[in-house]
Design a protein around this ligand. Sequence first.
Ligand code: AMP
Length: 542
Amino acid sequence: MLGRMQDWPLTVDRILDHAKAWHGDREIVTRSVEGPIVRTTYAEVHKRAKRISNALRAMGIQPGDRVATLAWNSARHLEAWYGIMGIGAVCHTLNPRLFSEQLIYIINHAEDQVIFTDLTFAPLLAQIREHIPTVKHFVVLTDEAHLTDQLPGAVAYESLVAGHSDDCVWGGFDENTPAGLCYTSGTTGNPKGVLYTHRSNFLHTLVTASADVLGIGGRDIILPIVPMFHANAWGIAFSAPAVGAKLVMPGPKLDGASVHELIEAEGVTFSAAVPTVWQMLLAHLRQTGGKLTTLKRVAIGGSAVPEAIVRGFRDEYGVDVTHAWGMTETSPLGTIASPSYKVAEMDEETQLSFKLKQGRPPLGIDLRLVDDQEKLLPHDGETFGRLKVKGPFVVGQYFKGDGGEILDSEGFFDTGDVATIDEYGYMQITDRAKDVIKSGGEWISSIEIENIAAGHPKAELAAVIGVAHPKWDERPLLLVKLRPGESGTKEEFLKFLDGKIAKWWTPDDVVFVDDIPLGATGKIDKKILRQRMSDYVLPTAG
Ligand code: AMP
């Protein structure tokens, strides 16, 4: 027997329909690529997105076809997303920080037919266009007046909007129709595509907007600095219109001064970004004596949030930090460190130690911790193991079946992260499985050591990798990039770690380097570091 409620497919076009109908006058403000601040509303965005849908149909785009975007966060980018998804086509977000070869691989693999791009990336596309034959149309997110000849044959987005009607029916397809496609950074092997469905995005929206997750509402003014091209801007392009929040889109300028200016000018109450962006903002505020008069909360994820950021925001600016963990494969939100009722009763300093963890799963995410034999591990906050996830917005299979079967016999996906879970249910990432250092049969967390080392006043960046050792299999090596003009010694860094980590975790050596490479998503690229250090022999290895 089936229930007798209405069949209302959970498709994302309904989110913008709702925003238009009930929050139609709510603003979307963009710092445009052309320069000026531009303003629009959900009602306008809805209308223009429908025009884009008609333009895509005129180009021959059918349901299931892939249409890519290579763009900063902006109202136009938002329109393109909904215009693509509303007609059942798949919006493929391209990350401009990828190498050209990776972009070429991804575009060919996805068989993208159209690419919407910002002016910023027109030269990049011009360079690779002969290698991406499936792409029939390039649309530059600008008007005729600003269109350059950097990408010959491209059309101006505003001409498409002007040239098509907004009379277009969205939806009407199954909620399991694909809506979006995003490739993982691919630190091992080729990048793999995560093909989101309308349903997975819709459910992710409902979950992430809720009080203990992003906790956003219609009175919020949200600045998503997390890019729409990486992990879906943490779903904010869906959750902000869903609740009718004002959106402030930062465009290409993500430096401290530009971000501060937008926050103050637009009255931003909530924002989300990776730690490096917040480091730049805090540095700017300290230099200029700037204040944050409206900002109440920031969400931080993508990599572990350093304690100094949480303290800086809290003590100097009265802003609350919420740490979150997730990945492209989890849409992206997996856990969030909002206080449980027990943690909320603890004193502020104790609470801070929980704020630094990656947090607890919301409804819709099942978590488990297992060892290499798949045995479940205890939630004691100390035992670390492989982190696995399951849920309706977690990947089931990569696009085109790449990588084969990726779920275990109970339907869990191995995140590739190594973590602990404590008695309060807080998960803490201790490493990536491929970076964890296996020393004498025990595991050492490279991240924990490098996070502490990075807190040394002379350090700009620190990284720890495992290096082969004849007796212990692997031992940790600390690599430090010093701040400009500083000099340092191995002894002072080891002394700094002393007492903060277990004795046997102490790195066998410290090497000072000019550069610590970061990947396309801003994380330390340990694959490159390991390659660079491949001839290195530990002093303890003799
Ligand atoms: P991506 O799919 O590119 O977003 O990368 C996801 C990976 O980033 C995760 O599997 C983690 O290794 C890492 N990551 C994301 N958020 C955090 C966090 N809050 N702390 C530590 N690592 C994180």
